[in-house]
Every structure is written in C-alpha cells, then in structure tokens.
Design a protein around this ligand. Structure first.
Ligand code: EPZ
Length: 422
C-alpha cells in the first residue's frame, strides 16, 4: 500500500486546478441506465471511485468509455440490461446504491445489494426504500439484497423524506423522471450535486423544477434521450485545497472554485481569519497575518457546513488560538482522524458527536494512518504545517476522492511525495 510523505515547508503560493465533483459524477453515471441513447459526461474526475462505478455499470450491461485520459466518460445502455447489482462491487462503494432508482425506472425491477456499513457509519437505506415505495415500488430485503419490483411501472406521487438524504434524493429524481404522472419530493436534499443531476436529467428531456430547494417537482416522461453534460466543480476538493494556505500561510488560487458552492464553509474561514476572494478564474485564499482564531463548527445538510469538510477543518483548528468545538450531526462515527491528529501533538477530546479542539502552537510530524477518504486528506493538511516529517499510510482511501493530490500540492510549494509500496 502506498504512503504519502509530507514535510512542513512554509507558506504556499500558486494555483490549484479543481476537478469535476466525485459525488456529482457518481450520481450522473447511473443516469445512463435511464435511456437507450448515449450520455457523455465531460470534466469528469479521474478517481478510483469512478472506476468502481464503471465496473458496476458494465456488470449491468451499460458501457462506459473513458476518453481524454478519463476527463470524458462516454456512456450508453442500449442492449440487454442485467438488473442485479452484485455485493462484490457494491460493498466497495456505497454510491453503488444509486443504480436502484434508474434500474427500477427503466426495467420495472432491480436487485441491488445493501452496501453494508463503512468506517464512518452504518449507512442504512431506509430513506431510499421509503422514497421508491412511494412511487409504487415493492421492495423487500432478502439475503442482503434489496429486491425491488414495480409492476406496471412507477407512478408519480408526493413524498416527504424523514431526512434530507443526498442519495435518496438522487434515486427518487432518477426514478420519478420515468414514472407516470407528477411527483413531488419534500425535504429533498439541496446539495449542488443534486442540482447538477437535475440539470443533466433536463438535458436528457426530463421535466424537473425546484432542484436546489427542499421541494422538487418532477413530471414523468415515457422516455429520455441522450445528452452531453459537464460535471460541476468538486466543492469538497475545493474546500480541502482552500485549507492548504489557511494552514501553511501564503496565497493560493483554486481554479474553477465558486463561493456559492461553499458559502457556510467560507463564512467559517472568514471567522478564523482567512481571506477568500472570488476572482474570475476561481477562489483566491490567503491567510491574514498572525495565528488563526478558533471557531465552532456544526455539520448540516446543504447549505450548512459540509460533513465532508469536517475532518479537514479540524486539521486547521488544531493550531488555532483558543478552543473550537466541532459537532458532527450527519454521521455517527466521523472523528477517526482525531486520534491520528493527537499523535501529531494536537489536543482533542472526543465525546459522542462532539470534538473539542484546544489549539496548540505547532503540530509535529509523525507516522499516521488514513481511515477513510476525508480523514486521510486532513492528515496531509496537518502535515503541511507540522514540524518534521509526516508519513500517511493506507492512502488508497485518498485515491478514491482526490486526483493527484501530491502533484497539486507540490505545485504550490508543498514538500510532499508518494512512496510506492515495495
Ligand atoms: C452523500 O452520501 C455523499 N456521497 C457523502 O460523501 C456525504 O458525506 C453525504 O452525502 C452527506 O452529504 C456521495 O454523494 C457519493 P446521505 P449519502 O444519504 O448519499 C443516513 C464523501 O466523503 N441515512 O445524505 O450516502 C446516513 O447513514 C462521502 O465523499 C439513513 O439513515 O448520504 C447518514 O448518517 C462520504 N438512511 C445520513 O443519513 C438512508 O436511507 C446522510 O446520508 C440514507 C441515509
């Protein structure tokens, strides 16, 4: 297993290109199941999760061809479709559950393995099941698989979700696009990735309004046609790289960054003493002089502070002046980066869903272990400003969600390299 070696190397400067959003692309790719015409995705990120989704779609009979070194995904699904999403692939990536809605809509039945838990939580699928059942699907759990049936096809309906689940919103949007009649989804997730999926579905001929708000109205169509759609910029990669100059000092411009993707995150950076400026090419981030200030953070569904940036924000707050309290309200076990940061000299107390971070002057490099995607990058950020050398092991977690992280950070002056497993 590869590891990444980081050495504190002073302030950063330069530009970092932001790739297409992993969490948008993983919802856009299954949309190809909704039509027998080609769907082309541009600005696609080059990540192992995208390769896993490609493998899953191929197992269902869809074709995904990576063009231009993977930045363009040419997809189609016009032949025989296999309705079974196998556990061997689904267990590798929870987002595999996003084929459930499209398979049901296209075929009227689907057999999708439950993804099983992951490091950050149990991650059940009850909200997905309730939402699709509202459209007339009969879904039962057998031998670890969800067996879904919609005799006579899906029918439009009004449904209110108990929680604004991102994935359940995406499954409902894709299923309702081919249902008979009108559907209204209440308490819908509002993330930019939902808006991006709705844009793509409209380009395919779907009739969807209200995406980005908590009530989305979908007029079902008999069929959808092909389209070409650009994947929206990755706001989590953006926020991650904005924290590099915040932690090290200096000034970095994140190309393609937009403030509207991360308003609550930018408000917290401002409160901590970090300046963020929207330029016509991206977001310019600079650390004002002096130590950053402690801030409290609570993760919430969009437009609240993103849970996917909680670990990275904690890395910043480890050396803030004062005490910060981070409350994780989305996942039940998303502080696994805390003990690794403590190994680097951080002073963090974790109790249930709260982590209290008492700022220290400096962190010290140490061997640390990545436990999940966002935890791994928070350790790299911490290593950028730590005294001495930090070795982050198990970086396969990192490669799921970050393209060429060592190149992008080295490009703005970080001392970082990947050590290939022998
Ligand atoms: C998406 O996961 C993202 N993944 C996650 O990013 C992100 O953390 C999450 O949304 C929240 O923003 C992708 O888009 C591929 P949810 P998703 O359904 O859709 C519970 C990353 O690092 N829940 O909004 O799975 C669930 O257990 C990943 O890129 C149920 O209880 O998130 C969790 O506690 C990590 N029942 C909470 O809701 C359900 O049926 C949020 O889940 C569904 C979810």
């Amino acid at each position: 297993m590869d590891s990444i070696v980081v050495r504190g190397n002073g302030p950063l400067s330069g530009q970092i290109p932001i790739a297409g959003a992993k969490n948008a692309c993983l919802a856009l790719m299954p949309a190809t199941l909704l039509s027998d015409e080609p769907l082309t995705l541009t600005n696609a990120p080059r990540l192992s999760d995208i390769r896993t989704m490609t493998e899953l779609l191929a197992s269902l009979g869809a074709e995904v061809t990576a063009l231009q070194e993977g930045k363009v995904l040419a997809t189609s699904c016009h032949g025989e479709i296999n309705p079974v999403a196998d556990y061997e692939i689904v267990r590798k990536m929870r987002a595999s559950n996003l084929v459930l809605g499209p398979l049901l809509a296209r075929l009227g039945h689907a057999v999708v393995s439950l993804p099983g838990g992951c490091a950050i939580g149990a991650r059940p699928m009850d909200i997905h099941v309730d939402a699709l059942a509202a459209l007339g699907a009969e879904i039962e759990l057998k031998d670890g698989y969800l067996h879904a049936e919609a005799k006579g096809g899906l029918k439009g309906a009004t449904h209110e979700m108990r929680f604004a689940s991102v994935g359940a919103t995406e499954n409902f949007l894709m299923a309702a696009s081919l249902a008979k009649g009108t559907s209204v989804l209440k308490n819908a997730a509002r993330e930019p990735e939902i808006v991006d999926l709705a844009k793509c579905l409209r380009a395919m001929g779907a009739q969807i309004e209200g995406d980005g708000t908590s009530e989305i109205v979908i007029e079902g169509k008999d069929r959808l046609h092909g389209a070409t759609h650009p994947v929206v910029a990755d706001r989590i990669e953006l926020g991650t790289y904005m924290l590099a100059p915040a932690i090290c000092g200096g000034e970095v411009e994140c190309l393609g960054g937009r403030i509207d993707l991360l308003e609550s995150f930018c408000e917290k950076l401002d409160a901590a003493g970090i300046s963020v400026e929207q330029t016509h090419t991206g977001l310019k981030v600079a650390r004002k002089n002096g130590r950053i200030r402690a801030v409290d953070v609570t993760t919430e569904p969009f437009p609240g502070f993103p849970t996917d940036l909680q670990a990275q924000m904690m890395a910043l707050l480890c050396t803030a002046e004062g005490t910060s309290v981070l409350e994780e309200k989305i996942f039940e076990n998303r502080f696994m980066h805390a003990p690794e940061l403590v190994r680097m000299g951080a002073n963090i107390d974790v109790h249930g869903g709260h982590a209290t971070v008492h700022g220290v002057e400096k962190l010290k490099g140490a061997p640390v272990m990545a436990t999940d995607l966002r935890a791994s990058v928070s350790l790299i950020l911490a290593g950028l400003a730590a005294e001495g050398e930090t070795v982050v092991s198990r970086v396969y977690h990192l490669d799921r969600g970050y393209e060429r992280v060592e190149e992008k950070l080295a490009g703005v002056g970080a001392h970082i390299e990947r050590v290939k497993a022998s």
